[in-house]
Design a protein around this ligand. Structure first.
Ligand code: ZN
Length: 192
């Protein structure tokens, strides 16, 4: 929290003015936005996945460092989705703590406050991406397929505001996915 406060104090004053109009565009996923951000980076972190990455790309650290059980479920789902003519792409998978910190810093800049940024981007210590337990899937045809079939594989949407963000909930294969949180600030795991 000290880091967030420092970032907020640093950036808050000049950026607050732009915060209200950007709330609908998440930092977490849209490829176009990521691409734009990437091109301005001094050095792209190795956990930022290249465009066109699939759940089968073992050489991409963002994929290879995912929890093996999550990755197995994703691959089974992706194979079955392919039979339905739907392709899965990984927009973001495992992230290094440094990359997560960078995303958080960018989110504070974009949303104008640490509080608003927290609705979209977790800290390195709380992010399920950093622990390898979350994946952001695209495009919308893939997330539509997952919202219908994901529970059969234990793959669940966790946050209402992030239809692309999936985590493994093994019990979902029996009971279905648990209710979603409105956004990450409602997730008890984020209260640290
Ligand atoms: Zn995510």
């Amino acid at each position: 929290m000290v880091v967030i406060a420092a970032i907020a104090a640093d950036l808050g004053s000049q950026l607050l003015a732009s915060s209200s109009s950007t709330a609908a565009t998440p930092v977490d996923v849209p490829r176009g936005e990521h691409r734009g951000v990437r091109s301005e980076r001094r050095a792209a972190p190795d956990s930022a996945v290249p465009d066109g990455t699939t759940v089968f790309d073992d050489r991409i650290p963002g994929v290879a460092n995912l929890d093996p059980t999550l990755l197995g479920a994703l691959r089974r789902a992706a194979a079955d989705a392919a039979d339905d003519g739907v392709e899965f792409y990984v927009d973001s998978g495992w992230r290094s703590p440094e990359y997560q910190e960078q995303l958080l810093h960018e989110a504070v800049s974009k949303y104008g406050s640490a509080e608003e940024a927290a609705r979209w981007v977790a800290t390195p210590s709380t992010s399920a991406h950093v622990s390898g337990d979350a994946v952001d899937i695209g495009p919308s045809a893939a997330t539509a397929w997952l919202s219908e079939h994901g529970a059969e594989y234990g793959l669940c949407q966790i946050y209402s505001n992030e239809p692309w963000h999936y985590e493994l909930r093994p019990e979902a294969t029996v009971h279905g996915c648990p209710p979603t949180y409105a956004d990450p600030t409602h997730d008890p795991r984020m209260q640290q």
